[in-house]
Design a protein. Structure first.
Length: 185
């Protein structure tokens, strides 16, 4: 029986050693706890230093560069003054029609009256030159202000007279602006 007992004790001892961990003393436990907390902290600090060690411009250093300031304060719109002193530079009604109005008024697009369509222009001509000019300058229906062009009001008035006269009106050519009229003399 003693052989069986010794065998049982050896088996129990081997069984106990199989379930034991690498930490056998309280001193080993203290070091394991210390390293379990310190190693991740050191790794985090080293990673943070690595990420922040490359040279980067400080926040706002580019904010006062001349180009950046100019981009932030650029005007939203602009005013463009046309030279009305040169009467020769002003476009005729036909030139404005060809450049701007013909896109719709030559084809009848978007319900625009065609250039020589007396029936379509008749009711419009009866409203008078001022009403037609107002519609041309401010826009009407699908037509934008000035038909979407960038001509002077005088040039648009000349185009209105040109189109209306082709539609049966007998409007006189509008008078040139004062500056253009004095330059023509």
């Amino acid at each position: 029986m003693s052989a069986n007992h010794d065998q049982a004790q050896a088996h129990d001892h081997a069984h106990d050693e199989a379930h034991e961990g690498p930490i056998k003393t309280p001193k080993q436990l203290a070091w394991a706890v210390f390293f379990a907390f310190e190693v991740p902290i050191i790794v985090i600090i080293l990673l943070a230093n690595y990420v922040t060690s490359s040279p980067k411009p400080s926040a706002g250093t580019e904010a006062l560069e001349a180009m950046a300031v100019a981009a932030r304060i650029q005007p939203v719109g602009s005013i463009e003054l046309k030279d009305l002193n040169n009467a020769a530079a002003l476009k005729t009604g036909e030139q404005v029609f060809q450049a701007q109005c013909s896109a719709c008024h030559a084809t009848g697009a978007a319900g625009a009256p065609k250039l020589d369509d007396l029936a379509a222009w008749g009711p419009r001509v009866k409203t008078g030159f001022d009403a037609l000019l107002n519609s041309a300058l401010k826009g009407k229906g699908a037509m934008g202000a000035q038909g979407g062009g960038d001509f002077s009001d005088y040039e648009i008035a000349r185009a209105v007279v040109y189109m209306a006269n082709h539609g049966g009106a007998k409007f006189d050519e509008p008078k040139a602006p004062a500056a253009a009229a004095s330059a023509a003399n």
